[in-house]
Design a protein around this ligand. Structure first.
Ligand SMILES: C[S@@+](CC[C@H](N)C(=O)[O-])C[C@H]1O[C@@H](n2cnc3c(N)ncnc32)[C@H](O)[C@@H]1O
Length: 274
């Protein structure tokens, strides 16, 4: 198993990345809420937020479960959990509890959870099945597991087409593999859950089309601002690839007929068998 690196994980946990996660949460909040609704997340429940990061989703879940509920936010980053605790205290959301640690080693009370949530987390894990098995044990019978993650990340595209984007997308996939994760994990979620007694409904979502100027268009722009230099540093693209990619994105941004097809993000709602 790849070594767990806490604050030094693939995307890092500095202030810029934390702000990006906040924006990303905003862009994906509506889709996420649809899945929480489908799962019946609500008042008084005990929910687990796996890989909670600075806790943008934990905060929303805390409002959903209310003061008599409980949200257990687990992450490997001490920095993110410190931010989360500051936010919790500022908002008086005492129903949020934080736990620092590697998700692979997480110890959970059997049959203690009404629900669990993992968004853009399984893709980082060397052994997602171990974590899914753990969640399955911790869910009460009928408990729900909501997952959002990538499958076939490389299908993201600009229209009109950009060859530089194809090269960059492949490089991103390779960077994840090298770090021990997989941007194809979304294709395995239902199978992994099924093996451990969680039945998933039909996958929701997939690629979304973003028009220049929209928040969804800004989402990849913000990610690649930070990640292109990293891909160059890793030797997965050349500086010329990065320049071509930026130039293509800038050109499409000025083209009112252009669009960006997001990497496919798939949502799953699983139910623990009774
Ligand atoms: C892309 S962020 C997503 C944060 C949050 N789930 C969201 O949707 O906004 C991935 C998070 O997973 C955490 N993470 C990655 N691998 C982990 C591991 N093995 N154990 C604990 N946390 C991990 C990182 O620290 C980071 O906070």
């Amino acid at each position: 198993m790849a070594e767990f690196r806490g604050d030094d994980y693939l995307l890092g946990t500095d202030a810029t990345e934390e702000a990006r996660l906040g924006f990303q949460h905003q862009v994906w909040a509506a889709k996420t809420c649809e899945l929480w609704d489908e799962a019946g997340f609500g008042l008084g429940q005990t929910l687990l937020d796996l890989g909670a990061g600075p806790g943008f989703a934990s905060r929303d879940l805390a409002y959903l479960v209310g003061p008599r509920g409980r949200v257990l936010a687990v992450d490997g980053s001490a920095r993110y959990l410190a931010s989360l605790s500051r936010m919790r205290d500022a908002l008086g959301l005492t129903q949020i509890e934080t736990k620092l640690g590697d998700l692979h080693e997480l110890e959970l009370e059997p049959a203690s959870l009404d629900g669990a949530f993992a968004r853009w987390v399984l893709c980082f894990l060397a052994d997602p099945e171990r974590v899914v098995a753990n969640v399955a044990r911790a869910l009460k019978p009928g408990g729900r597991f909501v997952v959002l993650d990538y499958y076939r990340y490389g299908e993201m595209a600009l229209a009109p087409h950009s060859a530089a984007m194809d090269r960059v997308a492949r490089a991103v996939e390779e960077s994840w593999r090298r770090a021990g994760g997989s941007l194809d994990v979304g294709g395995r979620v239902a199978e992994l859950c099924g093996r451990h007694g969680i039945e998933c409904g039909p996958p929701r979502g997939g690629p979304r089309a973003a028009r220049p100027g929209s928040a969804l268009w800004q989402w990849p722009r913000l990610f690649f601002k930070g990640y292109l230099p990293k891909l160059v540093e890793l030797g997965l693209i050349t500086p010329a690839d990065a320049t071509e990619f930026e130039r293509d994105f800038d050109q499409r941004e000025r083209d009112p007929h252009a669009f960006f097809l997001t990497p496919p993000v798939w949502g799953f709602v699983g139910t623990k068998r009774k």
